[in-house]
Design a protein around this ligand. Structure first.
Ligand code: CAA
Length: 257
């Protein structure tokens, strides 16, 4: 059994996926990418998993694509590897995914964090899209997601120079959701995931969907999608339970239906 990706259950309803290639600063080789895609798909389908934490180790979340694995590849080989399809699968998880980032989140590692829904960064985390320095450009969404998060002029600076930036800069430019002391990154991510795991899963799923689909749509369409999503939730048992519990001043019991 491969141990380059480890699975844990740190709290009720929370699945934790840990990239485990410390000798390569958690570089994303094909095996890691395939396992990430598989585990996120399986957890997405598992009713007992309501929120997911994706993390690495204290030195590195992920230092990008595995440069040694791709240095000699040609175009046809890169096409055949289908990494773009794995990225799509990773981004298609219907449940909230929280990136717990310590150390380096570079290249594909920064892109992996940006594919998640919430980013908790340790104070000494280092982000960046350094691909231009090795003769390529970001290929897992970096040119697009960094631009959407930080705006054209900041994204251009980092994509064109390959310069790294710290956790505080990431927070200030809207890339990180929170910065916490390094030792508390995983604990904080699990705490947030556990809080989400207690909430009605259909509402959580539609909230994620509305935010993501809305980012790609004109405002009027995005607002229409949001309105429809709220209306749909009125046929869920959890909406009835949530509102009744509020009125009856008791804790709700959500069934996921
Ligand atoms: N791929 C393969 N191996 C990597 C790696 C990577 N992305 N990053 C680190 N490693 C390996 C190193 O080769 C080294 O292996 P050896 O011990 O066998 O020499 C080991 O991990 C430790 O690395 P360092 O000695 O360099 O550790 P450090 O702490 O001094 O530096 C680092 C850490 C700043 C992350 C540095 O390793 C680094 O710059 N890594 C490359 C970062 C990068 O360029 N990422 C972008 C990759 S391209 C990409 O992601 C493409 C895409 O989206 C399409």
């Amino acid at each position: 059994m491969s141990d380059v990706v480890l699975l844990e259950r740190p709290a009720e309803g929370v699945g934790l996926i840990r990239i485990n290639r410390p000798e390569a600063r958690n570089a994303l080789n094909l095996e890691v990418r395939r396992l990430l895609a598989r585990h996120l798909t399986e957890m997405g389908e598992d009713a007992a998993t309501r929120a997911i934490v994706l993390t690495g180790n204290d030195k590195s979340f992920a230092a990008g694509a595995d440069i040694k694995e791709m240095a000699d590849a040609g175009t046809v080989e890169m096409l055949a590897r289908g990494v773009h399809r794995l990225w799509r699968t990773i981004g298609a998880c219907p449940k909230p995914v929280i990136a717990a980032v310590n150390g380096y989140a570079l290249g594909g590692g920064c892109e992996l964090a940006m594919t998640c829904d919430i980013i908790i960064a340790g104070e000494s985390a280092q982000f960046g899209q350094p691909e231009v320095r090795i003769g390529i450009i970001p290929g897992g969404g970096g040119t697009q997601r960094l631009t959407r998060a930080a705006g054209k002029y900041r994204a251009m600076k980092y994509v064109l120079t390959g310069e790294l930036f710290g956790a505080r800069a990431a927070l200030e430019m809207g890339l990180a959701s929170e910065v916490v002391p390094d030792a508390e990154v995983e604990k904080r991510a699990v705490e947030l995931a556990a809080r989400i795991a207690e909430l009605p899963p259909l509402a959580v799923q539609l909230a994620k969907e509305a935010v993501l689909a809305g980012m790609e749509a004109p405002l009027s369409s995005a607002l229409a999608l949001e309105a429809k999503s709220v209306q749909i939730l009125f046929s869920s048992q959890d909406q009835k339970e949530g509102m009744r519990a509020f009125i009856e001043k008791r804790k709700p019991k959500f069934s996921g239906r």
